[in-house]
Design a protein around this ligand. Structure first.
Ligand code: ATP
Length: 219
């Protein structure tokens, strides 16, 4: 897609993941990104059947319901259910193509990825086409570093822009790396705490914890 030269295009973000369960590491990063990049909206998009990892024990419906609870009252964040509704494996490229069809060619689309997700991007289905449909915004995550050399490092270098304003000049094709507030929280840790009968309070919204309790998840 070509540069329009205009800096007034709206930018929409999509943040994929298992969200098993969603936590403040996801939510705070999402909100900071909305404000930093002035996104019209950032959609948290839970994967249905992730291609790279075993299907989570917690159903996609529960994971999406927890996101819905977590973003309630914050209109700039939303839950995007498309990967739950699609049969078979959830491929990100298919979601980006669908989103592009809905948004139209002129709207900027940013796919948000944590640093850890970027490390194995070359194993993603049609990974080299991702930038044809969206920008990629990489967010730093405590405990993870981007590679200094190799295929991923070269890909980052080739497409990276220093000024995030560049994301407004065209609808897709750039990579921005953003340092946000580091929050060392992971879903794995939350699941482990709950399985051990310990408290996960203050690591995720209370409404999500209540949902987990009511539905006896992660025990
Ligand atoms: P798990 O521990 O089950 O692997 P997770 O906490 O890594 O889960 P995911 O749902 O796998 O959460 O992550 C979705 C996206 O959010 C990924 O791109 C991941 O890098 C990013 N992410 C997760 N936790 C954080 C965090 N604390 N800070 C920044 N990014 C995060």
């Amino acid at each position: 897609m070509s540069e329009s030269g205009s800096s007034t295009q709206p930018l929409v973000g999509v943040f994929g993941g298992t969200f098993n369960p969603v936590h403040y590491g996801h939510l705070r990063s999402a909100l900071e990104l909305v404000e930093r990049l002035q996104l019209t909206q950032l959609r948290l998009m839970p994967s249905g059947q992730p291609p790279h990892r075993e299907a989570p024990e917690c159903s996609a419906t529960h994971r999406a319901a927890m996101i819905e609870l977590a973003v309630q009252g914050e209109p700039r964040l939303a839950c995007d259910m498309r990967e739950l509704q699609r049969l078979g494996k959830s491929y990100t490229i298919d979601s980006l193509i669908e989103l592009r069809g809905e948004l139209g060619a002129g709207v900027g689309l940013c796919m948000v990825l944590g640093c850890d997700a970027v490390l194995d991007i070359t194993s993603w289905y049609r990974w080299q086409e991702l930038l044809d449909w969206a920008h990629i915004v990489v967010i730093a995550r405590p405990g993870w570093e981007l590679p200094g050399e190799g295929e991923v490092a070269q890909w980052l270098k080739r497409h990276k822009v220093e000024d995030p304003q560049r994301l407004r000049y065209r609808p897709a094709g750039c990579i921005a790396i953003e340092e946000l507030r580091p929050l060392a929280i992971s879903s794995t840790e939350i699941r482990d705490l709950l399985a051990a009968g310990r408290s996960a309070r203050y690591l995720l919204p209370q409404s999500v914890l209540d949902y987990i309790e009511t539905n006896t998840l992660y025990r």
